[in-house]
Design a protein around this ligand. Structure first.
Ligand SMILES: Cc1cc2nc3c(=O)[nH]c(=O)nc-3n(C[C@H](O)[C@H](O)[C@H](O)COP(=O)(O)OP(=O)(O)OC[C@H]3O[C@@H](n4cnc5c(N)ncnc54)[C@H](O)[C@@H]3O)c2cc1C
Length: 495
């Protein structure tokens, strides 16, 4: 391999990096992927356990209706392995007064739901009369409390933010976290009016990627966004992307330590698990890493921007998988799962009912769930011992779902930097990425901190970058002035 030249070196084999690399490969580029871990997928990791349980240690589901994504599954040869979630996934529960309460599935249902008191429901009806914000931004909690009332903000919106983003609604910027909702409310003067306008213009379906969406193998993309996984878990997807890149082009156990600017591109140096060092040259380098490791790579070349990226906060999350005999659980578990508002004082942020979504993931007669703990509000929990996390999650699930048995399976996975948080100032931090790319020809930055945290967003950012790179070619216009030793053209990763 030593010092071989490629069109593009992609650092990081998560969904962002593999999407970019697999599209580049299909567009004819000579690509090398370097991945520190001994497997591909990054946060995506599936396992088949003894007894027939199929678990995902990180993300649990994909939600999309994007026809391009479904076409990609077909091209990758995994369309037939996709498993749509059971229809009951449309039902979601929120904890209220300690009991799971089904969320309304339509706006009219908001008036009959038990999730809000009569006072809370009446306050919702005032939303169209609330003035638009005169500020440039506000916290997610302030925005929804002002528009929908404090009860809806704390009982409905809060559990979604902590259960899905692992975030703290009081610290998150509305404008950065939900740019479309913010703009909708500002432009239409009301969330209800904005929702009506979207419905009548058909924007809702289009956003999910409705339309034809034929995947070419008879499995059409759904006309509305759909929740799904794969029969053997989400890892099927990054593994298929890695196969498309080619086994000889994906180096596992290769930790990139430095980038060196050279004439016509970059030299990328890495250390193998064995301790051996190696290097490759490329016209273009794509860093598809979380914000912290990206900052480490760039701290000598662009220190100010690297500091800005390092300041992007990440919420830690512990995923605790629990399985029980079906007949020991009183609750029917007939839905996606249950989200827990912060005011309830639970340590579980939410619990996804995996065996209800994908019945083949657990042996007959058992139920499997994934519980999330920690997040931006209780980061210290993620450092607890595994037994403490299991005991805590089990105790709360016993109470919420009325369980009368010990778990037949438990498993803990900690993610110390799980999900980037769009807190106030995120726009400036993200803008630093643009400045890095402007100043460093041939260097490109990808990742969930930049293009959105959901898996379809990571995939789309990677694909779009691949198309841009393929469209502009792989020759680099590095000014020779950058090549002087000591000119700041070298970056070393910290140990
Ligand atoms: C617990 C959890 C639950 C989630 N749930 C969902 C969900 O249900 N649905 C959803 O859509 N999204 C979910 N997400 C978000 C989604 O999983 C992530 O945003 C996405 O996987 C990020 O992909 P990525 O490629 O940008 O980064 P990563 O997956 O972090 O990949 C980065 C890769 O870079 C490698 N790397 C780091 N440093 C180096 C180096 N120096 N040299 C070489 N390689 C390096 C890492 O080993 C890693 O493989 C969840 C995330 C977590 C953590």
């Amino acid at each position: 391999m030593s010092n071989k030249r490629f069109d593009v070196v992609v650092v990081g084999a998560g969904v962002s990096g593999l999407s970019c690399a697999s599209h580049l490969r299909r567009l004819g580029a000579d690509v090398l992927v370097l991945e520190r871990a001994n497997r591909v997928g990054g946060s995506v990791r599936s396992r088949t356990l003894q007894g027939g349980f199929v678990v995902d240690d990180g993300p649990q589901t994909i939600r999309s209706g994007d026809p391009e994504l479904f076409r990609d599954f077909h091209e990758l040869g995994i369309a037939s392995l996709r498993t749509p979630a059971d229809a009951s996934a449309a039902r979601r529960y929120v904890l209220r007064h300690g009991r799971p309460e089904a969320l309304p599935t339509s706006p009219a249902g908001l008036l009959t739901t038990g999730v809000l008191s009569w006072r809370g429901k009446l306050r919702l009806l005032a939303e169209p009369f609330i003035r638009r914000s005169r500020q440039g931004d506000e916290s997610v909690r302030d925005f929804f409390a002002r528009r929908l009332g404090p009860e809806a903000a704390d009982g409905l919106v809060d559990p979604f933010i902590s259960g899905i983003h692992a975030g703290n609604p009081e610290a998150l910027s509305m404008r950065e976290t939900f740019p479309e909702v913010w703009a909708g409310a500002q432009n239409h003067g009301s969330l209800f009016r904005w929702a009506l306008a979207r419905r009548s213009s058909g924007a809702e379906a289009a956003q999910g990627g409705g339309g034809d969406g034929s995947s070419g193998d008879g499995r059409r993309a759904p006309s509305r966004p759909e929740v799904f996984s794969f029969a053997e878990g989400l890892s099927t997807w990054p593994e298929a992307m890695a196969r498309t890149v080619g086994a000889d082009r994906v180096r596992l156990g290769a930790e990139v330590r430095s980038l060196v600017r050279i004439r016509g591109g970059w030299t990328v140096r890495w250390r193998e698990t064995s301790g051996q060092e190696d290097a490759a040259r490329a016209a273009r380098v794509v860093l598809a890493l979380p914000a912290g490791p990206t900052a480490t790579m760039l701290e000598e070349i662009r220190p100010a921007e690297a500091r800005a990226l390092r300041d992007i906060p990440y919420a830690p999350v512990a995923v605790v998988q629990l399985a029980y005999p079906r007949d020991a659980v009183r609750h029917p578990m007939d839905g996606f799962g249950v989200l827990c508002p912060a005011r309830g004082g639970r340590s579980v942020l939410g619990s996804l009912w995996i065996s209800s979504l994908f019945p083949e993931r657990a042996p007959t007669g058992t139920v499997l769930m994934a519980c999330f703990l920690g997040g931006a509000r209780r980061p210290e929990l993620v450092k607890e011992r595994a037994e403490t996390l299991v005991e805590g999650a089990h105790r709360e699930m016993v109470d919420i779902l009325r369980i009368s048995a010990v778990p037949v399976l438990h498993r803990v996975q900690r993610w110390p930097a799980a999900i980037p948080q769009s807190e106030f100032g995120h726009a400036n931090r993200r803008a630093a990425a643009g400045r890095i790319e402007e100043h460093l020809d041939g260097l490109h930055l990808l990742g969930s901190w930049r293009g959105g945290t959901s898996l379809p967003q990571c995939w789309r950012s990677g694909m779009e970058l691949a198309r841009t790179l393929a469209g502009s070619g792989y020759a680099d216009g590095a000014p020779s002035g950058d090549l002087r030793p000591g000119s700041g053209s070298t970056s070393r990763a910290r140990n």
